[in-house]
Design a binder for this molecule. Structure first.
Ligand code: CS2
Length: 488
């Protein structure tokens, strides 16, 4: 069994690069080379290279751990992208030029970003990877931001790295690059721009901040492709479809969407030929996707976890639970200023969630709730309250999260959760078992998720009532009762 590499001859049912990847120099440095980037940005860039060429291959930077690089480097950056829908298909991606990782990844990434050939720095580092508060400013209390502010010449976080690379370019009279945030934050580009300018001002001085403000671009984007974590089956499918062993294969759904503000300082790949939508203002797309897809995802992840459903498709296979997902999608379909049919979008989302070939773990989506819920659930809940539109689905989502945080094992100890605020949340919940105490404890730690408007008044009452029912009767009983109420 040979390992996939640049020397592999095309074989099997997979599609192979229709261009010679090694003829194209890198032009993009991508920070955070997770599965999503490999199923999304790299797939679009691979297509653009095949159609239009250009020096736009990608230098991937793996900021956390070396396992991604260990899979990809022996394969010369090649990997199989498997698409699972009614049929399974696969494509070998050639757009990844190299992967940087390891103990001195910061210095290597800095050098790659400072090189004149780099014209775009893109990011998928998840919500918590930025060091930006949910309100949108630089978070000087974020441990990595704090460390980078103290040592701005040897940064390890994304804001410190981007700023230091721009400082090096300015010193060498190299024009700035475009910074392309591809994470599920609202106004992702604008927020990152504000944080980089703030960091530059604090750590390097206002001359650098002014230079960045004048020349660097930070378009906002909306990204969408459901990408579950690979499993042993992923490797088996890659072998079947390529004839090669691939220890870096990724699998994803057929659907893919990318909406970008067309504001680049130094060119870009021909992404418009690959299905990317370029727009003036991405905000309504972003809002639609964050509130409908991601909001419903978070709701079904917490309620699914509590109802013993390991995968999104298991939630959708339960008719009562699926009714609540549809109710959430309907309540979140309030975005203005788009000529899209939101009801059709909701129907398509329910179908994507139901895809039986995609094993998307509710535990994966449940991670980092404190970073996700403000833009996914709190913002639309407040708007719905003010507009007098249905809020019950948002209360159900937040009650599910609270009950999930307050889960206890057989010995009565809180079940640990994967979240940057896990310690503070566990300390605040402590021994509390009553719904109202849990609500106040969590609201104290996360006022950006549970501001007074949601933790008290009629919404707070609904929240306490729903949480109380989950704690006493269990999630499945509540799902059945709520679904009946929604239908009736
Ligand atoms: C999910 C997203 O893990 C999560 O929180 O909601 O990763 C979701 O699958 C993607 O945004 C889909 O584009």
């Amino acid at each position: 069994m040979t390992r996939l590499s640049a020397r592999s001859e095309p074989q099997g049912a997979a599609a192979w690069p229709e261009y010679r990847p090694e003829d194209h120099a890198p032009g993009i440095v991508h920070l955070g080379l997770g599965n999503f980037a490999r199923a999304h940005l790299l797939a679009y860039t691979d297509r653009a290279l095949a159609l239009q060429g250009g020096d736009w291959r990608v230098t991937g930077v793996s900021l956390r751990g070396t396992s991604v690089a260990e899979g990809l480097m022996p394969q010369d950056g090649r990997y199989t992208l498997i698409t699972r829908g009614a049929e399974v298909s696969a494509r070998v991606i050639g757009a990844l030029a190299t992967v940087l990782s390891g103990p001195d990844v910061g210095a290597q990434a800095l050098a790659a970003m400072a090189a004149p050939g780099c014209r775009i720095v893109s990011l998928t580092v998840t919500e918590k990877g930025y060091g930006i508060t949910s309100a949108g400013g630089l978070d000087p209390d974020h441990p990595v931001v704090r460390a980078d502010l103290a040592r701005p010449d040897a940064p390890t976080g994304v804001i410190g790295l981007i700023t230091a690379a721009l400082a090096a370019r300015r010193a060498a009279s190299v024009p700035p690059f475009t910074v392309l945030s591809c994470d599920n934050l609202s106004h992702n580009g604008a927020k990152l721009r504000g944080a980089v300018l703030d960091f530059a001002r604090r750590a390097h001085g206002s001359d650098l901040a002014d230079w960045i403000a004048a020349g660097a671009r930070f378009p906002s984007t909306m990204v969408d492709r459901i990408t579950p974590a690979p499993t042993p089956e992923t490797t088996e499918t890659a072998l079947r479809l390529t004839g090669c062993q691939d220890l870096a294969a990724v699998e994803t759904e057929p659907f893919s969407q990318w909406v970008i503000e067309d504001d680049f300082s130094a060119g870009r790949p021909a992404w418009e030929q690959t299905g990317v939508l370029f727009v003036q203002d991405v905000a309504p797309y972003e809002q639609m996707k964050l509130r409908m897809l991601n909001g419903a995802h978070s709701m079904l992840a917490y309620s699914g976890q509590l109802a013993g459903r390991a995968y999104v498709r298991d939630v959708m296979a339960d008719p009562t639970h699926a009714t609540l997902v549809r109710a959430h999608l309907a309540a979140a379909a309030t975005v203005q200023g788009l000529s899209l049919d939101l009801a059709a979008y909701a129907t398509a989302l329910a179908e994507r969630f139901s895809n039986p070939a995609i094993a998307h773990a509710t535990a994966q989506i449940a991670m980092d709730g404190t970073q996700k819920l403000p833009q996914r659930v709190t913002a639309p809940a407040i708007e719905a309250l003010e507009a007098g539109t249905p809020v019950r689905p948002f209360a159900f989502a937040l009650a599910s999260w609270l009950a999930w945080l307050a889960r206890r094992d057989a010995a009565g100890k809180l079940v640990p959760v994967d979240d940057p605020k896990a310690g503070a949340l566990a300390a605040a919940i402590g021994r509390h078992t009553a719904a109202s105490d849990i609500l106040s404890a969590v609201a104290g730690v996360c006022p950006d998720i549970l501001p007074p408007k949601l933790s008290s008044g009629p919404f707070g009452m609904a929240l306490r009532e729903l949480l109380g029912m989950i704690l006493t009767e269990g999630m499945q009983a509540l799902i059945a009762r709520e679904a009946l109420a929604q239908e009736g």
